[in-house]
Each structure stands twice: as structure tokens, then as C-alpha cells.
Ligand binder design. Structure first.
Ligand SMILES: C[S@@+](CC[C@H](N)C(=O)[O-])C[C@H]1O[C@@H](n2cnc3c(N)ncnc32)[C@H](O)[C@@H]1O
Length: 294
């Protein structure tokens, strides 16, 4: 009897995990894979352009985790992260950049601003990941963003963007996935086929029963691959390749991506588009090594 009472008392006064946890740390653990994305950009840049990419601009960088991974991956690499939200950049300075040594720290910087603002610096690679550019809902706005990216790239530079689709992406679906010590919940709240507006949230659920609801909310337009190809071409990109997710032995997603020009329909897919300012010296050829394994 006494023991039970003691436990109840402890529980009563314990702060629920949802109140103790940090949403940015949970986000990083649940959805980001900067090691694979650094490997992906390096692999395809070397394949297509024939040299090692050294400078990265990470648009919509958030906590700039990819920038940090990039400068860690090579002692001569530089990275610039751009995000409009000062608070998320400050979180990165405090929690991500403190993990870098002095040399790495000197090779990474961030800008608080709109990704559509023009800066003079040009980079080998621009990456805009986790579908962040879906926030541009009109053709004009997205084309304008892509045109700015082109100005931020060197003549042989590459842009990498990711996207998802399939009929399930337009359904009200809640997907739960176990991550170490908590559940990541992807909540597709609504999709309007007339306006194209898509609303989704990320929630985090914990073993103590507490929930961090709407830790992140996204109001997007779900762009398709043909639309993106057209807009990239209109913005001046000379060549666009689709990197489609490879299948594992059970027919599921393998988590690696290889060039693909045509495929069969799929209820839920992920892909990257790789856009080049100029047609790269080497375009995909049969027998080229496929995706890096990360
Ligand atoms: C989905 S998060 C992406 C975080 C990270 N890049 C990733 O891969 O997970 C989107 C980020 O874009 C930023 N953002 C939204 N609109 C922006 C804009 N116009 N210019 C710069 N950053 C913007 C938000 O502040 C937010 O940090």
C-alpha cells in the first residue's frame, strides 16, 4: 500500500515528458538524415560534374543540421544556412554549432532572411529539404524562388529538392512511427482539391501518456514532378533529373534514391529532383552506379 502511494505521489509531481522535451531535438531525431543527404549531393555532383562539391547553401535551414554535417564531412567544405525565423537559427547556434570544433565553426554561417533575397555568394550545391519550398503556393512565387536559387549557384552547380506524392498524400491520414523513446506522428489534416491547399501537423507522443500536439504545422501546396520540372525550366535550369526511391527486397522503400525517368503508380512515394544550371558534362548513362547507401 505504502509503495503504491509513493509512486502515485511521484507521478503527480513529475513534469510530463511533453513539457520537458524540446521540439527541435525531437524533429531532428524523427525526420532529418543529414549524413545521407550530404552523401547524396556529393555522389551525384561527383557523378555529373566530375569534381567534389565544396560549398553548400541550405535554404529553409531551420536548425542548420545539414550545414553542420556538411562542414564536418570535409576540412575544406563551407556551408551557409538561410532561414526566416531567428528563433530556430538561435536554437541551432546553441545546440548544433556547439558540437563543431573551431575549424568547422569557422566554415559555417547563417543568414536570417527570406530565401528569395538575393546574395552575391555562389555555391556548388543548394539544398531545400523536407518539402520546405511547398510553402510557395503559386507558380509565380515558386518560379521566382527557383530563379533566385539559380543566381546562388555556380555555373556547374546543382539544386536538390525533395518531394512526396501518391494518392495517400491527399488523404486525411495519421501515421505513427516509433523513434527512440517516443512516437513521431504525421497528421495530414486536410487537402482541398479546388485550391490545392494542404494542411499537416507533426505531433510527438510519449510513453508517460503525454502528447506534444501540433509541435509543427505546415500549410503547403502539393506540387507534382511535371509541374516542378516546368517551373525549374522556366526559371532557367537547363537539366532536371528525378531521383526515385529504390525498392528493398519486400517492395518497400529502401531509403536510397537513383535516377529514374518513368515509373509505375504508387500510393505514397518520396523523391528528389536534381536541377543543373547548365547541362552537366556527364548525364545519367545505363550502368552508372546508383544511389549511395549513406
Ligand atoms: C520544414 S522546416 C525545414 C527545416 C530543415 N531544412 C529540414 O530539412 O528539416 C521549414 C523552415 O523554413 C523556414 N522558412 C519558411 N519560409 C521561409 C522563407 N520564405 N525564407 C526562409 N526561410 C523560410 C521556416 O522558418 C522553417 O525553419
Amino acid at each position: 500500500m505504502g509503495r503504491k502511494k509513493k509512486n502515485e505521489k511521484k507521478k503527480k509531481h513529475e513534469v510530463p515528458r511533453a513539457e520537458r522535451e524540446d521540439r527541435h531535438a525531437l524533429y531532428q531525431q524523427s525526420v532529418q538524415d543529414p549524413g545521407y543527404e550530404t552523401e547524396l549531393a556529393t555522389h551525384y555532383f561527383e557523378q555529373r560534374v566530375g569534381r567534389r562539391p565544396m560549398s553548400l547553401r541550405e535554404d529553409f535551414c531551420g536548425t542548420a543540421l545539414l550545414c553542420a554535417e556538411w562542414v564536418k564531412s570535409d576540412p575544406n567544405r563551407t556551408a551557409l544556412g538561410v532561414d526566416i525565423d531567428a528563433s530556430v537559427l538561435a536554437w541551432g547556434q546553441e545546440h548544433v554549432f556547439t558540437d563543431l570544433d573551431e575549424g568547422q565553426r569557422a566554415r559555417v554561417s547563417t543568414i536570417e532572411g527570406d530565401v528569395r533575397d538575393l546574395h552575391p555568394e555562389r555555391h556548388d550545391v543548394v539544398m531545400a529539404l523536407n518539402y520546405s519550398y511547398f510553402c510557395f503556393k503559386s507558380r509565380e512565387a515558386l518560379r521566382g524562388y527557383f530563379a533566385t536559387v539559380k543566381e546562388h549557384l555556380r555555373p556547374d552547380g546543382l539544386l536538390f529538392i525533395d518531394l512526396f506524392g501518391g494518392w495517400e498524400s491527399r488523404q486525411a491520414i495519421v501515421e505513427k512511427r516509433k523513434v527512440k523513446g517516443f512516437k513521431y506522428v504525421w497528421d495530414q489534416a486536410s487537402y482541398d482539391p479546388i485550391t490545392g491547399d494542404f494542411l499537416a501537423h507533426i505531433h510527438f507522443h510519449f510513453r508517460d501518456g503525454s502528447k506534444m500536439k501540433e509541435a509543427f504545422t505546415y500549410e503547403w501546396r502539393l506540387w507534382t514532378i511535371p509541374e516542378l520540372r516546368e517551373l525549374l525550366a522556366e526559371a532557367g535550369f537547363a537539366h532536371v533529373e528525378c531521383l526515385w526511391e529504390d525498392e528493398d527486397e519486400h517492395g518497400g522503400g529502401a531509403g536510397t534514391y537513383s535516377p529514374c525517368v518513368s515509373t509505375t503508380n504508387d500510393p505514397a512515394w518520396n523523391a528528389y529532383l536534381m536541377a543543373s544550371v547548365q547541362v552537366p558534362p556527364r548525364v545519367a548513362a545505363p550502368g552508372d552506379p546508383g544511389a549511395p547507401t549513406g
